[in-house]
Design a binder for this molecule. Structure first.
Ligand code: SF4
Ligand code: SF4
Ligand code: SF4
Ligand code: FES
Length: 954
């Protein structure tokens, strides 16, 4: 049984060294008791597994044994001396003694040396009660320190307080090396070393301090440190937690599990949970540390209304706000028709919240005008993978990469956007797997400590399909197709048509070089490596989907995997790295205008009848409006009312000026959010949202893993989002009655075949489960398409390359592509309200030295970035991470407004915007753009009425 909210402070067992996965057992005797353990287990872990605790300091089971502290000595019959149990493998027939007088004396001696150079301030130390040194001193029975504390010591050494979240106090360091190894083995950053020798040994982060080092603040070293040397500043400030609740990170699609460690009602720290299947005890800076936004003073905790968007907000009761929203929606529908209103769900919200919003739209609004932010990120994944494989999701679990021999990363930047998966991937690469990166930009994975991509196919933005076709051309033309797999698993006619298509000369690497800019020889070598290098896995991101041919590129990736037989077992597959925490879930929950939960079309009579029967209302069989259609129709005057839950489309969606024109044209915009975001500038009703710490429900990560989100604190606004949605629905005349979110999941399970076996009881029992979870797979499905594709036979799709309409020319000669960085998250609403700004407090424009020199641009200059849709100004960073002709920026800061310059172009199949390709010009300037000036003014006035007057400071 997994820990539940009432479980107190959860302390996981530390076996000292990793437990191997071997199925072969070895038997040995420890302190007279026979023990059987997997082959390769250390004597220390074998003892721990049998309930015998061996003192230790340098060992922990998340790291390989190191054998430096000499505290874990044991006696082994037939062996001389006292070997370290952490570095000694258990062997059949071994007889081990862990508790003898000789060992006790030796251990006390070792501990005495450590303590003689340790400030004995336990009672006032922040780690008091959670310190392994303290525990071990007690465990070995140390009562006296003979060497005195007045000799040489490190008590006066300066602390390093530069990291905003943790401090380093060298006076307490026992030089056990756990932090260094955690940074190397777990995180893969190699930011730490031990400098000096003997007494002068010191942990060093870069030449000066943590903040200016390579450290990415993942917290792995803090987690590994057995003393208070590396410790969270929040623990120093507030003291030790007294209870913990297991929940799920609300940032990216990795879906890391955390223990929210509390002191009363105060969150003291987030500790990555070892039993979390997605992260296995690791974390990144966002989930580990950047949770302070949840109680930031900018939180809006009272409902507000206003008649016009130029009026000041007025705080009102929940009841008045809900009634206002409902009466406005009803008035609009009476005046302009049933189709004149709709809603946007959020991938930041839980499955249960998303499910209820789409239910409200279909049952209470009586139309299908519901869309989700997946529209602007992974909707092409849904389309492309369902066409080829028959399901709209990735094929593998994250663990699968441990078995990959060749990894293709295309249009994704895992170290910044999916950091915990990136650490797992890096570990596999350090162990020998080969890497192919296809990206216009030199992402970190191309060359990182102990990692060097075999190929970096640095293509031009917009040329993914041409490149993928060229890779396929080589595989077909050079006879590298896995004929057996294709024959058994795929539709032969579709394969033949596809093989003829990709074999055409115009798909050859030589012919496509003019589109991609990638040397034909490199494409050929990469294709051979993927097709013949063993288990080949493809991981892709928004650099694939956010194009006018996003869906085509997804299908081209699926074609490659089928042609090479890289589907249906561990180590292979097609894996979309989902951006937001619950983007998989928001798609699964039926928040698209054409689909019910489980990806069933609204025109399917049988499916619709199932919903109608349970919901007691007749449902529309026509697909509703997508987000871009809602905005277009708003500008045209037909769409008048919108309920936006947890999305900031005025910042996140492309062509900002078109988005805001659409919002401004509506008569009722209801925004439910944590903060007065950019979209709220156009809202008439504001409903306070709840942070993930205030939610109860589930998120579904990029591996289809459904994780529980458990409430850590009460909603600051006094109402959970699902309750507000129910209230709004009731006010619209369609009551939805649930006592708790678990009942919503029960309804989802009843209506959605792939969720039939999902319940909170099962999630509590199993920790998490990957859908499909039903009668055929009661414990879920880690790997998909093992014996057959979900659609039956895999379907090869023709993927003709059609260049985007967005072309460079004399007026706009450069191509802009956009992305994220590690420390900030999407529109930055959360991370900008944390100390993560220490790493990234403004969006900058990356420009190649050649393009910069041509324009007289120097590092740090303010430059204008103009496209045919708009203009902004931001600072230039000159770097050869980008190629000549390409510039790059992030979109985390509202005042920068990166999406002012992106265009209305979108994917032909799904309308996913083409964020990744915009023709632009860059020139030096000394002023911000007119849009930025105007937006900054509005922002100041918003803050005046928002933060200072209306929000209760927390
Ligand atoms: S926080 Fe992470 S990246 Fe930074 S030094 Fe520690 S382990 Fe390395
Ligand atoms: S900082 Fe902590 S983990 Fe690192 S060497 Fe010192 S005591 Fe060990
Ligand atoms: S990797 Fe993603 S889910 Fe995990 S802690 Fe970081 S942001 Fe959260
Ligand atoms: S724990 Fe074995 S040598 Fe340190």
């Amino acid at each position: 049984m997994r820990p539940t909210p009432a479980a107190g402070l959860i302390r996981e067992i530390d076996f000292g060294t990793p437990i191997p996965a071997s199925e072969t057992l070895v038997s040995l005797t420890i302190d007279g008791v026979e023990v059987s353990v997997p082959e390769g287990t250390s004597v220390m872990a074998a003892a721990m597994m049998s309930g015998t605790t061996i003192p230790k300091l340098c060992a922990t089971d998340s790291l390989e044994p190191f054998g430096s502290c000499r505290l874990c000595l044991v006696e082994i019959e037939g062996r001389k001396g006292t070997p370290a149990s952490c570095t000694t493998p258990a062997e059949p027939g071994m007889v081990v003694r862990t508790q003898t007088d000789r060992l006790a004396k030796l251990r006390r001696g070792v501990m005495e040396l450590y303590i003689s150079d340790h400030p004995l301030d336990c009672l006032t130390c922040a780690a008091n009660g959670d310190c392994e040194l303290q525990d071990m001193a007690g465990a070995v029975g140390l009562r006296e320190v003979r060497y005195g504390y007045a000799g040489d010591n490190h008590f006066g050494d300066a602390k390093d307080e530069t990291n905003p979240y943790f401090s380093y106090d060298p006076a307490k360091c026992i030089v056990c090396n756990r932090c260094v190894r955690a940074c190397e083995e777990t995180q893969g950053t190699f930011a730490l070393t031990i400098s000096g020798r003997g007494f002068d040994s010191r942990v060093a982060a870069g030449p000066t301090d943590f903040l200016s080092s390579e450290c990415v603040s993942c917290g792995a070293c803090v987690q590994a440190c057995p003393t208070a040397t590396l410790i969270e500043k929040s623990v120093i400030a507030h003291g030790q937690p007294d209870r913990s609740i297991v929940t799920t990170c609300a940032y990216c699609g990795v879906g890391c599990s955390f223990k929210a460690e509390m002191q009363g009602d105060r969150l003291v720290r987030m500790v990555p949970y070892k039993d979390g299947a997605a992260n296995e005890g690791h974390s990144c800076v966002k989930g580990r540390f950047a949770w302070g936004y949840a109680t930031h003073r900018d939180r809006i905790t009272k409902p507000m209304v206003r008649a016009k968007i130029t009026d000041p907000w007025r705080e009102v009761s929940w009841d008045e706000a809900i009634q206002r929203a409902a009466s406005e929606f009803k008035r609009i529908q009476a005046a302009y028709g049933r189709e004149s209103v709709g809603a946007i769900t959020s991938s930041r919200c839980t499955n249960e919240e998303v499910f209820l919003v789409q239910k409200l739209v279909r049952a209470a609004f009586g139309n299908n005008n519901v869309d989700t932010c997946a529209r602007v990120c992974h909707s092409p994944t849904g389309y492309g993978l369902s066409q080829t494989f028959g399901t709209s999701a990735g094929t593998q679990d994250f663990k699968s990469v441990d078995k990959s021999d060749v990894v293709v990363v295309i249009g994704a930047n895992p170290t910044d956007a999916h950091p915990v998966f990136a650490s797992r991937l890096k570990k596999r690469l350090r162990a020998g797997a080969k890497l192919i990166v296809a990206d216009p930009r030199r992402i970190e994975l191309v060359k990182a400590p102990h990692i060097q991509a075999a190929h970096h196919l640095q293509l031009r933005p917009g040329a993914n399909v041409a490149l993928l076709n060229a890779l396929a051309h080589v595989i077909v033309a050079e006879g590298l197709v896995n004929e057996a797999f294709v024959r058994d698993r795929c539709d032969p006619a579709d394969f033949d048509a596809w093989a003829r298509f990709v074999a055409q000369d115009d798909n050859s690497p030589e012919a496509t070089e003019k589109h991609t800019g990638v040397r034909a020889a490199d494409v050929r070598a990469a294709a051979r490596l993927y097709a013949t290098g063993g288990n080949g896995a493809i991981y892709y991101g928004l650099g694939v989907t956010e194009h006018s041919q996003g869906s085509t590129a997804v299908m081209a990736i699926a074609n490659l995997a089928m042609a090479t037989g890289n589907v249906g077992r561990e180590g292979v597959g097609v894996n979309p790295l989902r951006g937001q925490n619950n983007v998989q879930g928001s798609c699964d929950m039926g928040s698209f205008p054409h689909e019910f939960s489980g990806y069933r079309h609204v025109s399917d009579d049988a499916t619709r009848e199932t919903f109608e029967e349970l919901w007691g209302v007749s449902l529309d069989s026509e697909p509703g409006l997508r987000i871009p259609n809602m905005l277009d129709e708003a500008v045209d005057g037909a769409f008048k009312g919108l309920y936006v839950q947890g999305e900031d489309i005025a910042q996140s969606d492309p062509d900002t000026q078109h988005v805001t024109a659409g919002l401004a044209a509506m008569e009722c915009v209801v925004v439910q959010d944590l903060f007065l975001n950019e979209t709220a500038k156009y809202a008439h009703v504001f409903l306070p949202g709840a942070s993930f710490l205030e939610k109860d429900g589930t998120f579904t990560n990029a591996e289809r893993r459904i994780n529980r989100v458990r409430q850590v604190m009460q909603p600051l606004g006094g109402k959970a989002e699902w309750q507000a949605t129910c209230d709004l629905s009731a006010a619209l005349g369609y009551p939805m009655r649930y006592e708790r979110p678990g009942e919503i999941m029960d309804e989802i399970a009843r209506l959605t075949p792939g969720f039939k076996g999902v319940s909170y009881a099962r999630l509590d029992e199993m920790g998490s489960v990957q859908w499909p979870c039903n009668d055929a797979a009661p414990n879920g499905t880690p790997l998909m398409h093992i014996d057959r594709f979900v659609r039956g036979k895999g379907r090869f799709m023709l993927t003709e390359y059609v260049p985007t309409d967005e072309r460079v020319g004399p007026r706009f000669p450069l191509l802009l592509t956009t992305g994220r960085i590690l420390s900030q998250y999407n529109v930055g609403a959360q991370t900008r309200r944390t100390a993560n700004n220490a790493w990234h407090d403004e969006d900058v424009l990356e420009i190649h030295p050649f393009d910069a020199e041509n324009r007289g641009v120097r590092a740090g200059d303010l430059v204008s970035l103009a496209s045919r849709t708009g203009e902004i100004a931001l600072r230039a960073e000159i770097t050869d991470r980008v190629q000549p002709g390409v510039v790059y920026t992030t979109f985390h800061h509202a005042l920068t407004g990166a999406n002012v310059v992106t265009t209305e172009n979108s994917d032909w199949a799904t309308n996913c915007p083409e964020y990744k390709v915009t023709a632009v010009q860059v020139r030096r300037t000394n002023q911000h753009s007119a849009w930025q000036e105007r937006n900054a003014e509005e922002d100041v006035s918003l803050r005046r009425i928002g933060a200072s007057e209306l929000v209760v400071a927390k």
